[in-house]
Design a binder for this molecule. Structure first.
Ligand SMILES: NC(=O)c1ccc[n+]([C@@H]2O[C@H](COP(=O)([O-])OP(=O)(O)OC[C@H]3O[C@@H](n4cnc5c(N)ncnc54)[C@H](OP(=O)(O)O)[C@@H]3O)[C@@H](O)[C@H]2O)c1
Length: 327
């Protein structure tokens, strides 16, 4: 079986690639000429690179030749200009799904990496279910929902949609600033740091993908991916501090106070062309009250449960950041 993995060189995709390679799977990685390959360098001798872009339908048709399973992990999680979310996440997914439908021989399974952001905010008393009517609050979430719709409407191959909660782990640049703050003995607690949210360790996302591959039980299904227990920023930083063996000073930051900082980061992004993490859109997600999801469906259907406890996932992440000089 040959798998085409899009986004193979990114944070989440590189963990999926690690897992596929460890399992001896024949993998083709869809990369662009400009794609950095530092996260996946060790695999390049064994992985077939297929050049292509989600915005170039012909390149996608070429990349799909002889492919049995597609794992679509490419996407934009942060942008300089909002339309980029829709160009890559929605239109790019439509292009890929169309190409899948045209390919000779037929792709047997299309696994689409979506996001919990495509569903809706929820607290632990009533976690979001896959069967809920999605009500994304951010442009990112809306673009991921439209990508899901493209898959459901147009994918001729059996498909599975996976919606990971916030993903952390080695190579992640989004939670990195949290670890850096803790390293500097500061624990900034936005809105008090008690907003409950689901999380998943990157290695567990990869395990879930493998549990789905060519598993007919998963065909046509949408699954949340998260650790069974939600967390919050206080707990996350406490575990990070313990893993680094440092003490931190908790600093409560009212969410509204971040607004000028978000504006400044957005302006800087326009100048440098590099998207920042802290944006007004991110603030909307941070003020949503909670991002807790049920993981009962994937446990029931595929007997899958994220294995890494928060303490262990954070310890592994800290190890990697330290070994690579990121903190
Ligand atoms: N990180 C999270 O917490 C999280 C949570 C839930 C869901 N997800 C989903 O997981 C996926 C990967 O996210 P990530 O955090 O790993 O992001 P990432 O590190 O920024 O990786 C994004 C990947 O997408 C590729 N890509 C972007 N535009 C492309 C295009 N036009 N054509 C082909 N490839 C393109 C990038 O390739 P280049 O290097 O060439 O740009 C890169 O490989 C996304 O779909 C995201 O929505 C992430």
């Amino acid at each position: 079986m040959r798998v085409l993995l899009t986004g193979a060189n990114g944070f989440v995709g590189s963990h999926i690639l690690d897992r596929l390679c460890a399992g001896g799977c024949a993998v083709s990685a869809l990369l662009r000429g400009t794609s950095r390959t530092n996260f996946i360098a060790e695999h390049l001798p064994h992985v077939e690179v297929r050049q292509g872009s989600l915005s170039d339908p012909d390149s996608l048709e070429r990349a799909l030749q002889g492919v049995d399973c597609v794992i679509h992990c490419a996407g934009k999680t942060k942008v300089v200009h909002t339309p980029e979310y829709y160009e890559v996440n929605e239109a790019g997914t439509r292009n890929l799904v169309r190409a899948v439908s045209k390919v000779q021989g037929g792709v047997k399974h299309f696994i689409h990496i979506s996001s919990l952001a495509a569903n809706h905010p929820a607290g632990p008393a009533s976690p979001a279910l896959e069967s809920d009517t999605p009500q994304p609050v951010s442009e990112y979430g809306k673009s991921k929902l439209r990508a899901e719709e493209a898959v459901r409407e147009s994918c001729r191959a059996p498909f599975t949609i996976l919606r990971p909660a916030a993903v952390y782990g080695p190579r992640d640049t989004d939670f990195l600033s949290v670890f850096q703050s803790v390293r500097w003995h500061v624990a900034p607690l936005i809105g008090g740091g008690r907003m409950p949210f689901s999380l998943i360790y990157a290695g567990d996302v990869a395990e879930a993908v493998v549990a789905c591959i060519e598993n007919p039980v998963a065909y046509g299904k949408t699954y949340h991916l998260a650790s069974p227990e939600p967390s919050n920023a206080r707990e996350f930083m406490r575990e990070a501090a313990a893993a680094m063996n440092v003490r931190t000073l908790p600093i409560p930051v009212p969410a509204a106070a971040l607004y000028p900082l978000c504006l400044a980061q957005e302006l800087l992004a326009r100048v440098t062309g590099k998207p920042g993490i802290l944006t007004r859109q991110k603030l909307v997600e941070l003020k949503a009250g909670g991002w807790v999801c049920s993981v009962e469906a994937i446990r029931r259907d595929l007997h899958f449960a994220a294995a890494a406890p928060l303490q262990e996932g954070i310890a592994r992440t800290v190890d990697w950041y330290e070994q690579n000089g990121w903190i």
